[in-house]
Design a protein. Sequence first.
Length: 261
Amino acid sequence: MKLDHPLVYAYGGLLARLAVRTWLDTLDAQVAYYNPAADPAFPAAGTRRIYVFWHEYILLPFHMRGHCRLAMLLSQHRDAGILNEAARLGGFGVVRGSTRRGGASALRQLLDQGELTHLAITPDGPRGPRRTLAQGAVYLASKLQMPLVALGMGFDRPWRVKSWDRFAIPRPGSRARAILSPEIHVPAGLDRAGVEHFRGRIEHLLNHLTREAEEWARRGNRKLGQYAAWPGPVQPYSMRWYRAAAVCSGRTRTALDADAA
């Protein structure tokens, strides 16, 4: 049987999904918000959004936010076949294509049909450079008029793969932390200079939140308003427990708000 046979993708995706769920279920996962409604797990998250996070931390949202009406934008390369199947089994929609080649038209069709609410993009993937935000996410946000949300994540002393992104594998039973930014609204019809302007600011914001989450995971301290993160959607009766939190110091928060403006 060839390695690119559909059955290989199907069984590979099933094994990958089971392995991720079993492994990450052992983690102490906590999340902090600037606006809880920005989390796709909440039933009140009615606005369609584009979520951006670094490729090295894809395991955490892959485990935590299935069945939340969220789709992943995956390349059309055959190497993404197993990830495609694993994502579908985990409760994600899948859009095949890049942000420039076929992705925008495929997304527009899904949006028009009402089959998609949110989109997840790793803006430094699939080949890097690490933690450098490509223009594609900003281009889509401008073209589709969907606000962006930056998701910074960190594990406590994870194992690192010797890959271009230093892919993070959390240690069993360790701490995982996530911080969601406010919505970032990108104007429609941006020219090249405008796209680059927002690209630089969002990259800075995402790196800031990632470093904050990594430090939080390493220290294990409590943050005002932190919440346990559970896989899947949050039920409506639980919404009363959630509120926004000042997850950074006042000085850092001022810089973060400026970046999100």
